[in-house]
Design a binder for this molecule. Structure first.
Ligand SMILES: [Zn+2]
Length: 331
């Protein structure tokens, strides 16, 4: 199959008003139609239509709901707009998007990923920084723990290049893999995700990339910093490989994948942790047949990710969980 079919059309973005005027001038000269994954399958109105690649003769079963959650640490949406990112752009074009989504009160990784993976804010989970002191994960466990509790038959996988996520937040999942960022961690996260998508049958897969944040700390979190923009382009390539593996799955035509992507915080200068718009403004993507295409209004927040995963996975939200968010960007 010719993978260059369906080139990215950034004009769709512009029409949708997703990009800011600041990004537009640069985008016209960096456009490159290097899409690496295959077309989205038909939407829900005909979910069981057999594709040429289908080998399953049983069309009576409903599609299997699945989630790929992509975490990119420290990615500012305004820098994402400037970077040449055909794979992320495609997720945006085919899904629901906000470049005005909001992080919480403490713009650091410990609290940020807690907000995202638990679905409650810091006044409940108690994490204020990367020491994780005061955490109440027993009372507010991760979405992985909830999924395993309600639907233990699900195969859940988390692959990260920042270990504290597994030490503290995702302590319950069927498979947890950590690769140190310093030792090509992001590349190894990608390799493992590709292998698992090819050889196994994950229902919920979380992949996390540290490189963008690490590069921001070294050179600066800004759309004019070449090294930072290049790090974003590298992670886009990782995501392209993962999306290709997802689309190449033998059962893909009988699966209903929701792809979510977000970040824990932005950055300012070479750091983050404060309350500035540069640190608090984040992106949010929801792509799949369940997604409501276009800009998400009002902008979602970090705590909306977990309820969105639960809704797609048909896991009823128990009021006793005291979640702070609501499903965003999907029907
Ligand atoms: Zn950082």
């Amino acid at each position: 199959m010719d993978r260059s079919l369906l080139p990215i059309d950034r004009r769709q973005f512009l029409k949708a008003g997703v990009l800011t005027a600041a990004g537009m001038g640069l985008l016209t000269c960096v456009h490159k139609p290097s899409v690496t994954f295959e077309p989205l399958k038909p939407l829900r109105e005909n979910p069981h239509k057999k594709s040429a690649a289908s080998t399953d003769s049983d069309d009576s079963k409903p599609d299997l709901e699945k989630v790929l959650l992509i975490g990119i640490d420290g990615l500012r949406p305004d820098a994402l707009e400037v970077a040449d990112t055909p794979n992320i752009d495609r997720l945006i074009n085919e899904g629901a998007y906000s470049g005005k989504a909001q992080a919480g009160k403490y713009t650091m990784s410990g609290p940020g990923w807690s907000n995202i993976l638990l679905g409650v804010w810091e006044h409940k989970h108690g994490v204020k920084d990367n020491s994780f002191k005061g955490s109440k994960y027993d009372e507010y466990p991760s979405l992985f723990a909830r999924l395993e509790e309600v639907r233990p038959e699900l195969y859940t996988v988390s692959i990260v290049s920042w270990k504290p996520i597994h030490d503290h937040i995702i302590t319950t999942a069927d498979k947890r893999i950590h690769h140190a960022w310093q030792d090509k961690g992001d590349e190894l996260v990608t390799q493992d995700a590709v292998k698992i998508l090819r050889d196994q049958d994950p229902d919920v897969l979380f992949v996390y990339f540290a490189d963008v944040d690490e590069t921001g700390h070294q050179y600066g979190f800004h759309s004019t910093v070449r090294e930072y923009v290049r790090a974003i382009e590298r992670v886009d390539d990782e995501i392209g490989q993962i999306m290709r593996a997802l689309h190449d799955r033998k059962q893909y035509s009988h699966e209903d994948w929701l792809v979510l992507a977000t970040t824990d915080h932005g950055g300012r200068g070479t750091g983050h942790g404060g309350q500035s718009p540069e640190e608090k403004t984040i992106f949010y993507i929801a792509r799949g047949s369940a997604a409501v295409r276009g800009a998400i209004a009002p902008p979602p927040t970090q705590v909306d990710i977990a309820p969105t995963v639960f809704r797609h996975m048909n896991v009823p939200i128990d009021p006793a969980w005291k979640l702070d968010g609501k499903a965003a960007g999907i029907k």
